[in-house]
Design a protein around this ligand. Structure first.
Ligand SMILES: C[S@@+](CC[C@H](N)C(=O)[O-])C[C@H]1O[C@@H](n2cnc3c(N)ncnc32)[C@H](O)[C@@H]1O
Length: 206
């Protein structure tokens, strides 16, 4: 991808000019572009979610299962705040870091880890785009590098619920196409939108 394209897209965001998904996805390698429709959040969804999740330049937002980093990249270019992503697949983590460097972003930071092993209490808010769905479907998979197990899916859902339950009051969460399970009852849904046949839900902890 020519350096100019990174600059062009950055300038468009700075000037609040609409950037389409195909244009933004062109920053990623071909094999990642090809699965964008199923695996990476759309630009408009990210903008809306980021606007809700980040309150100011010090807000720390974590994308659970950050893939190639599209959520953090678009969010960092759109609103104030620090956008971090945790991703278990090393090749996706590396792709995310590469694009971050090319976009010269210092607010999009990525960890290569399983979401279950990191401390969620360091963050103010969370974004989840159905991260564990691959364990219960064979359709539109990213790759076969992760062993897929239905039992793992349910274990992860319980971990997410436990971690969300332990967060401080006023913690914000956005789910896109849900996170797979039921949100803990301490979270109130404050907004629900329909986006590309999926539900975009906005939550705040009591
Ligand atoms: C549907 S994609 C969403 C990517 C990104 N959040 C977005 O909205 O564009 C889900 C991602 O979660 C990652 N993932 C799944 N289980 C994970 C886990 N336990 N820990 C970290 N990442 C995980 C997958 O590898 C995949 O990249």
């Amino acid at each position: 991808m020519p350096e100019d394209n990174f600059k062009k897209i950055k300038t468009k965001f700075a000037s609040k000019i609409t950037v389409s998904d195909s244009e933004f996805d062109s920053l990623y390698p071909k094999h990642l572009r090809e699965i964008s429709k199923y695996q990476w959040s759309p630009v408009d969804v990210i903008r809306e979610a980021a606007d809700f999740l980040s309150e100011n330049e010090n807000s720390k937002v974590l994308d659970i299962g950050s893939g190639c980093g599209k959520f953090c990249h678009v969010a960092s270019l759109s609103v104030e705040g620090k956008f971090h992503g945790v991703e278990e697949r090393i090749h996706l983590h590396e792709a995310a870091v590469r694009v971050s460097v090319k976009l010269k972003l210092d607010s999009g930071l990525f960890f290569h880890a399983n979401m279950k092993d990191i401390n969620w209490n360091l963050y103010d808010s969370f974004y989840l785009f159905n991260p564990f769905y691959e364990h219960i479907t064979n359709k539109n998979s990213i790759d076969e590098t992760i062993p897929k197990k239905v039992s793992q899916y349910f274990v992860y859902l319980e971990i997410v619920k436990r971690k969300l339950q332990s967060m401080k009051s006023k913690t914000k969460v956005v789910t896109y196409n849900s996170f797979g399970g039921k949100m803990p009852s301490s979270y109130k849904r404050v907004r629900l939108e329909k986006r590309f046949e999926s539900e975009l839900e906005f939550w705040i902890k009591d």
